[in-house]
Ligand binder design. Structure first.
Ligand code: SF4
Ligand code: SF4
Length: 345
């Protein structure tokens, strides 16, 4: 019976980007020969629906889990959290260049004190790695070897990972990465490959907010602000991105009004909105440039403008600042300005 000490899941790039596909395939190829490691592909993490077989596979993994994707580490972690794939946040040594900041650790600790955190977190390590952190497969393979050697020697039975509903057979493909790899390489060579039971089912591109609960204080500002029915509450009355696909494509408005910068749009072009670390409340750079508009608007003004645009596109009335916009308490604003003033440029 097959078993492994750690599971490595490589989330594929969107589209058929040749360099990205090549990197993914080289990593998987190398890991196929690595003892105590089970590695496989799933589609792009952000694009999978909750009931996609790749998400079900991720949920069924019992032991230490390493997830690699084309997103900032923070965006990977909290996208997984929303899908019920959780673990103790574990340190990785590979970071994307703009995801590194000497103040980031202090910032995360500060955020953790205020944030409501995750729930039902199992006692296993979860490692998230941004595939933009290095160009060569060797760097990722080395990091995965390091993680494997750190982890307990307990091996998890692969076949017991397959459980639940609706269709356990669909998950079988994730146990045969060599077949997946061969099918992908045939695709890359221009051969016709039917997805069949070998490759994960296709996904389409999506756009929705992801909440970083290490920062979120459950203040409910986002649910008041969003007029498109995206947010809801979970069984513990915590804020939840309930109807992900109600969100308006390309619009990041609520990330600008969140006082904790806890709302991530992983595909946004601005690193701070896409989940780059080290960008907490004025610690690093000009907030108006991070969360506001390019035309000198404040973050809230920019958010209101974006929301009005979407309302009008929906055939509704613009509401401006009259709905769901809270006045910042002066001390909050002062804290932000103090942090900003303390910076040395
Ligand atoms: S506005 Fe931000 S901090 Fe407040 S509930 Fe929403 S995500 Fe959490
Ligand atoms: S970006 Fe706009 S539509 Fe999407 S959740 Fe935020 S406020 Fe709602």
């Amino acid at each position: 019976m097959t078993s492994a000490r750690i599971t490595v899941v490589i989330c594929q790039a969107q589209g058929r980007h040749p360099q990205r596909r090549s990197l993914e395939e080289h990593i998987l190829q190398a890991l196929l020969n690595e003892p105590d490691v089970h590695a496989t592909f799933v589609p792009h993490l952000y694009d999978m629906h909750q009931n996609h077989s790749g998400m079900q596979f991720l949920r069924s993994v019992q032991g230490p889990l390493v997830v690699l994707g084309w997103l900032y580490e923070r965006a990977i972690r909290w996208t997984l959290d929303r899908a019920g794939v959780r673990g103790q946040p574990a340190e990785t040594l590979l970071k994307a260049a703009d995801d590194e900041d000497p103040d980031a650790q202090d910032a995360s600790e500060a955020a953790n004190e205020r944030g409501i955190g995750s729930v039902d977190v199992p006692d296993r390590n979860l490692y998230c790695i941004d595939l933009r952190a290095a160009e060569e497969a060797d760097a990722f393979v080395e990091e995965i070897r390091r993680i494997r050697d750190l982890e307990d020697t307990q091996a998890f039975d692969l076949l017991q990972w397959i459980q639940g509903s609706p269709d356990p057979e669909q998950l079988q493909r994730y146990l045969h990465p060599q077949d997946m790899l061969a099918a992908r390489q045939a695709q890359d060579a221009g051969e016709a490959v039917s997805n069949g039971d070998i490759l994960p089912e296709d996904t389409r591109r999506r756009w929705y907010p992801v909440i970083d609960y290490s920062r979120c204080t459950n203040c409910m500002e986002c649910i008041d602000f969003c007029l498109f029915g995206v947010y809801g509450l979970d069984r513990l009355d915590r804020i939840l991105v309930e109807e992900q696909d109600n969100c308006k494509k390309g619009c990041p408005a609520c990330s600008r009004v969140c006082p904790e910068h806890a709302i991530v749009f992983p595909q946004h072009k601005t690193p701070a909105i896409a989940g780059a670390d080290g960008d907490l409340a004025g610690v690093k750079i000009d907030l108006s440039k991070l969360f506001g508009g390019e035309s000198g608007l404040s973050p809230v003004e920019q958010a209101v403008r974006e929301r009005d645009t979407e309302l009008i596109l929906d055939g509704r009335q613009a509401v401006g600042m009259t709905v769901g916009v809270r006045r910042r308490e002066p001390d909050e604003l002062d804290e932000l300005l103090d942090a900003f003033d303390a910076l040395e440029f």
